[in-house]
Ligand binder design. Structure first.
Ligand SMILES: [Zn+2]
Length: 360
């Protein structure tokens, strides 16, 4: 049986690390295509100038439009074709980084991801999640390599609104439960192989850190300071959850997230917020130990993640629940990696019960 572990070539995390990006760009050449949303770019502009003064490089800004669609990937790939930069650098949240990975893949150039918020586990992975222009989940694009460098400046993350970090908790919370289910089913991970013991151990550590350090990490971000607890939490969200989901395997929680994106009412919610509710529904679906579901529910409440459909902006009507459930069980969805067959009816029931649990 084949086991595969995926990960970035190099992971660097520290306070003020963005000032060293010139050194990493220099490892690949002298010019860098910077894929960033204008608002995200503004947050790091001064630090990039400081970095270029330390180790010179030629930046070419490719303004990201905000949604990762096939058209947006085509447009930015065209910019890269004209600019012929030596490396593609993504700066921002999950969507900007996924777009940068796709552009790097198309142009066969190395990729550096610089997460400026810790809202998802996208920075380390070798895939991009593509949406329609309306924000509905479309598909996942898989690449043959992970980012060459993942550069995390913890001070930049500490300066971002706390809601992003909390959304990152939701994404990272799913990792252990999904990998556990997928490995029980001997279901394939993102590389199409079985998980390693290393990947499963990483997901367990990720969950442990979330339970221990989330409260202190939130306090650090509220105060815009970096503490050891925030360092551990950032590593859990970006590195441990990143390797964990990709090498451990996904399960029901992310499919329920994908199903939720079919409802326009959820488009104001972040990825991790929808995933968090998906975790609770997965625990119901797989009939996890009641104490475990209670612990997760208490955790969601303690950090302010959604535990009900209402908290996601969704009215609990039979029509809405059916729509989400049907989208969640489409062929190819990782919900079919659970160690038992799952139907739309099962998912409907799990969503209703999770919503009930979250409401009381
Ligand atoms: Zn995710």
């Amino acid at each position: 049986m084949r086991r595969i572990l995926l990960g970035p070539q190099r992971y660097v995390q520290g306070e003020g690390e963005l000032a060293n990006i010139g050194r990493y760009i220099g490892g690949f050449g002298s010019s860098a295509l910077l894929v960033a949303a204008p608002s995200g770019y503004e947050r790091v502009e001064a630090r990039l100038a400081e970095a270029a003064a330390r180790s010179p490089f030629r930046p070419v800004l490719a303004a990201f439009g905000g949604e990762i669609t096939r058209a947006e990937i085509d447009r930015l790939s065209e910019l890269q074709r004209a600019a012929q930069c030596d490396v593609v650098v993504g700066l921002g949240g999950g969507k900007a980084l996924d777009t940068a990975k796709a552009v790097a893949h198309r142009s066969r150039r190395p990729c550096i991801t610089v997460p400026t918020i810790a809202s998802t586990d996208a920075p380390c992975s070798s895939l991009a999640v593509v949406y329609t222009a309306e924000g509905v989940f479309e598909s996942a694009m898989l690449f043959d390599r992970n980012p060459d460098v993942v550069l995390v400046d913890t001070q930049i993350i500490a300066d971002a609104p706390v809601r992003f970090l909390v959304s990152g908790f939701g994404d990272a919370l799913a990792t252990y439960f999904e990998a556990r289910a997928a490995s029980r089913a001997f279901a394939p991970n993102v590389a199409g192989a079985n998980s390693t013991r290393a990947a499963i151990a990483i997901t367990e550590e990720c969950y442990r850190i979330l339970l221990e350090d989330s409260a202190q990490a939130m306090a650090a971000v509220e105060a815009h300071v970096v503490t050891p607890a925030l360092d551990d939490i950032i590593e859990a969200i970006i590195l441990l959850s990143g390797i964990g989901f990709e090498s451990g395997g996904l399960g029901a929680a992310h499919s329920i997230h994908n199903g939720l994106t079919a409802l326009p009412a959820t488009h104001g919610c972040m990825h991790g917020e929808k995933v968090a509710f998906g975790v609770l529904a997965q625990l119901v679906l797989e009939h996890a130990a009641p104490s475990e579901a209670e612990r997760v529910l208490a955790y969601l409440r303690s950090v302010g993640l959604p535990a009900t459909l209402g908290q996601l902006g969704v009215e609990r009507t039979p029509g809405n629940v059916r729509l989400v459930a049907e989208a969640a069980v489409r062929p190819g969805e990782t919900i079919h990696h659970m160690p038992f067959p799952v139907t739309a009816r099962d998912v409907e029931a799990a969503i209703m019960v999770a919503d009930e649990m979250g409401s009381h």
